[in-house]
Design a protein. Sequence first.
Length: 52
Amino acid sequence: MTMSGGSGSTRLAPRPRPTDDEQIEPEAISPEHATFVAIGVLLTVAVIATGL
């Protein structure tokens, strides 16, 4: 059996490069996202520390 759709069908087009007079606005990070990232970092450090 073969899967339809093929690889590479969902590739995104490259973004145009900003010019010198354009400001790149950073995206805001939600508190929930920051919390999950912090928990992930803490768990990773804990696993590495207990493994050493």
